[in-house]
Design a protein. Sequence first.
Length: 79
Amino acid sequence: MKKKSLKIATLAHTIYKKCECCNRVKDIYFKMNILDAAEANYLVGDLDLCKSCGQNFGDILNIKVSTENVRTDFKFETT
């Protein structure tokens, strides 16, 4: 059985930057890690994905992805 070489991780906090799939500047919810094809032990690259691209890749790869626990609100307090 071949090991999975693509893994999608949900970020704890969103990052506002360019999605590496659709090239739009949006909140980044996911990081897709790309592992070596032979053994799936070594990280060879990664992609930062927005919500819609991450969910789309999850559907394509049959990987469950969720944004339920992602924190998108921030409060800056000054002392």
